[in-house]
Design a binder for this molecule. Structure first.
Ligand SMILES: [Zn+2]
Length: 459
């Protein structure tokens, strides 16, 4: 913590008053206080005392879900902690989350903090408030205009991690599991067949050894570059797992985990392989925080995925599923396609994916559409795909390249109209796929679809 000047004290008093005023006006002060603090006092974070134990959770996919599982488990077991679940995962969000537990003199009154951190923002956070523990769920290509490629992000993270930080890493991700190589570390992963993923993806973000450039040998690939591999010419390779899933029973709805503190069964939070990864990541973090096996088991007995990411309901005998498939993120979308094809029953897919956020910034980028494994949707169980939005022709072209029958596809220009074009007789399950910026449109589609199903196809 850096020595404070008058500017810091003036800023902290001002933002406390601003936060109270915002609350009185009924506004949610989840981001603005931190933003104002940085404007008034640059790098405000460096003047705040660190909580006693500070965990940062970063990575391309899964960090929000893992953070939510951790927060729910800590609440359930009566732990005192702060997190930034209500705010942003940038430095302003971390300041906003810590402020209520910081004195006017900058001292922390917080024993435990669990903060989700955008991997791109580590240089604005780590030098000013260093983590005791850093969790990296995985690193993949994502939002390429902003993030470049996975190794670029890996190098940014690697340059910012202090030597004393304990690393909690995905042992099956050869890009992120060598982060901060000299640091104390522990690894999590899946140690059995997951039954829901396939290695035949288009893209793989690591193929050559980052130390000597030789082509890596993979013992197995779970999906994309996630798996177990090693370099034939040097010591680069996958580590042994400390926290691992040893068995998964989807029918009975549980998995068996093995940790340094013993083995036990956990209730599954979902059927996707990414759900299993999020679970074992959370088990590693909760164990490192100090929760007992019994406390962790109890937490998973009641754990639920956040409704904004996955929700399912039965309407007149048909299942309507809202599923987040993050835009600009080909791996997240490919996982969803792979998951859907393995689900039972006939399916109709409604695509509400056009990225208005990117359009607004005049940075339209359709590369990610072409990186997604749409080939997984070339499956007999998928009876119809309705594509909505101004980019529907790009999606249609890519789906045709994937070998999807033209007769199975319907396009419309307005995303909110896709439900009208769905053939209700074709599916037992209706998947509405949307991204973070199209959730409002997806909700409109959901309501239209439910109304149509209830009225037998007539609005
Ligand atoms: Zn090598």
């Amino acid at each position: 913590m850096k020595k404070k000047g008058i500017r810091f004290y003036f800023t902290i008093i001002t933002i406390r008053i601003a936060s109270k005023l915002m609350k009185l006006m009924g506004k949610n002060a989840t981001h603005l206080p931190g933003w104002i603090a940085n404007k008034m006092c640059p790098n405000f974070l460096q003047y705040m005392e660190k909580p006693e134990k500070l965990f940062y959770i970063t990575g391309t996919n899964g960090k929000t879900t893992v953070s939510n599982i951790i927060a729910d488990a800590l609440k359930l077991n009566g732990y005192d902690f702060v997190n930034n679940a209500e705010g942003s995962n940038l430095n302003s969000g971390i300041i906003t989350a810590l402020l209520p537990r910081t004195t006017n003199g900058g001292k922390s009154k917080c024993k435990l903090a669990i903060m989700e951190v955008d991997e791109r923002y580590s240089p604005k956070i780590f030098p000013y408030m260093a983590p005791d523990y850093l969790v990296c769920t995985n690193l993949f290509r994502d939002s390429c205009k902003r993030n470049g490629h996975a190794e670029f992000i890996r190098d940014i993270l690697d340059s910012q991690i202090p030597a004393h930080t304990k690393m909690i890493l995905n042992g099956e991700d050869l890009i992120s599991n060598h982060l901060a190589w000299g640091n104390d570390r522990t690894y999590f992963g899946i140690n059995c067949e997951d039954g829901h993923s396939t290695p035949d993806n288009i893209i793989k973000d690591i193929v050559a050894c980052p130390k000597c450039g030789s082509k890596l040998d993979f013992e197995y690939i779970r999906y994309h570059h996630i798996g177990k591999g090693n370099c034939p010419n040097c010591d680069f390779g996958s580590p042994e797992l400390d926290y691992k899933v040893n068995a998964i029973d989807y029918d009975k709805g549980y998995c068996t985990v093995e940790t340094p503190k013993g083995s036990y069964d956990l209730k599954l939070i979902g059927n996707n392989v990414t759900d299993i990864y999020n679970m074992i990541t959370a088990v590693a973090i909760l164990t490192e925080i100090g929760l007992s096996n019994e406390e962790i088991i109890k937490s998973f007995d009641v754990a639920k995925l956040e409704a904004t990411r996955f929700a399912s309901e039965m309407v007149c005998g048909k299942e309507v599923i809202m599923q987040l498939a993050k835009g600009q993120n080909p791996i997240a979308c490919s996982r969803v396609c792979d998951f859907i094809r393995h689900e039972k029953g006939d399916k109709v897919i409604l695509l509400v994916e056009d990225d208005y956020y990117a359009m607004k910034d005049s940075s339209e980028n359709i590369q990610w559409i072409f990186d997604i494994d749409w080939e997984f949707l070339k499956d007999d169980s998928i009876k119809q795909i309705v594509i909505g939005g101004v980019r529907h022709k790009d999606f249609e072209l890519r789906l045709l390249m994937a070998g999807i029958e033209p007769s199975k596809m319907v396009c419309c220009e307005h995303e909110v109209d896709v439900a009208k074009y769905a053939d209700l007789s074709l599916g037992e399950k209706f998947y509405i796929l949307y991204n973070v910026y199209t959730i409002d449109d997806a909700n409109v589609v959901h309501d239209s679809l439910v109304e149509l199903l209830k009225n037998g196809g007539n609005v």
